[in-house]
Design a protein around this ligand. Structure first.
Ligand code: AKB
Length: 313
């Protein structure tokens, strides 16, 4: 029998595309979307939807029981830039939603969990280039601290209670269907919108700030591949490093100029510069390659062509 799937945070940047992909794969009725607020009409019309606060255990338990959910994707989170403004709210949302889902699995009410980690688990003392899977972490942001703690709890619940939880350290994600919100890597999405609409963009990071990035199609495929892998192949129960490309604001601007020659960019770094400076420039994802065969498909050129083509429509 087909297992029902719950996506929490289904109206966000990753959640939206994950919902569409899982619905395409398993059928619309099998995949229950949920969020604290309603999403856009196409998403709402594409299958079952529940208003759900992921920090409310009883409400979550009720949805899981009602739809006989087997698998949960917990995509609700407060991202790096917003979390610096509201540290306690970020900690509450990012940690309590995770505990709720881990405890459901511990009580055998669901059997498999996906929870997203981030490159934000790394900090200023981490090796900056080709950052290994296992290394010094010491995150210096509220968001990074919550993600690193979350990773420790995932591994703990797996070892102690045999919870099948799987996770990826997403880099900055670039997509055209839904805007990101409150992140430090958001500039790499905004820049395409501004290039097409206004022909110019003021970047909140310095021109030479190199960060790891990934096109959304790769991120969704990685998520589904990890979730479909044999449990024995999943050797890392904290979160896997994942890599596709790294670039600076200047490099992405030059790439856009190849397609829109008149596009201009200037730089006005704000508080997000310090967050970006604390993160790696590039990531080593050898472990994900060996354990479950990960390989990225989109580089900066392919991403740029796809973004500009889709957004023009
Ligand atoms: C952010 O910028 O906060 C996120 C992330 C890297 O996790 N995109």
């Amino acid at each position: 029998m087909q297992k029902n799937i719950l996506i929490i945070g289904a109206c966000g940047q990753i959640g939206t595309e994950l919902t569409y992909s899982l619905r395409e794969k398993h059928g619309n009725e099998i995949v229950v979307a949920s969020d604290i607020r309603e999403g856009d009409q196409p998403l709402m019309d594409s299958g079952p939807f529940e208003l759900l606060d992921a920090t409310d255990y009883d409400a979550l338990e009720e949805v899981v029981a009602y739809y006989e959910i087997e698998e949960v994707y917990l995509m609700a989170a407060m991202l790096s830039a917003t979390a610096e403004r509201f540290p306690m709210r970020a900690w509450n949302l990012n940690m309590n939603s995770l505990f709720n889902v881990l405890n459901l699995a511990r009580e055998k009410k669901v059997s498999k969990i996906f929870w997203p980690s981030s490159i934000a688990v790394f900090g200023p003392n981490t090796p900056k280039n080709d950052t290994p899977q296992n290394t010094i972490m010491e995150p210096s942001t509220v968001y990074g601290i919550s993600k690193q703690s979350g990773e420790r709890w995932c591994e703990y619940y797996h070892n102690k209670f045999d919870v099948d939880v799987r996770s990826i350290r997403y880099p900055g994600l670039i997509s055209w269907k839904t805007m990101p919100g409150g992140g430090t890597t958001d500039y790499a999405v905004e820049i395409y919108h501004k290039a097409l609409v206004e022909g110019t963009y003021t970047c909140f990071l310095n021109k030479d700030t190199s960060l790891p990035m990934m096109f959304m199609d790769d991120a969704i495929r990685a998520t589904l591949e990890l979730m479909e892998s044999d449990p024995e192949d999943i050797k890392v129960r904290s979160a896997y490093n994942l890599s596709a490309m790294s670039f600076t604001p200047e490099e992405i601007a030059e790439r856009i100029q190849k397609h829109i020659p008149d596009f201009t960019i200037d730089y006005e770094p704000d508080f997000r510069q310090a967050i970006a400076d604390s993160w790696p420039s590039s990531i080593n994802d050898g472990k994900a390659q060996t354990d479950w065969g990960w390989k990225a498909d989109f580089d900066l050129e392919k991403t740029t062509v796809e973004m500009l083509t889709q957004l023009k429509r």
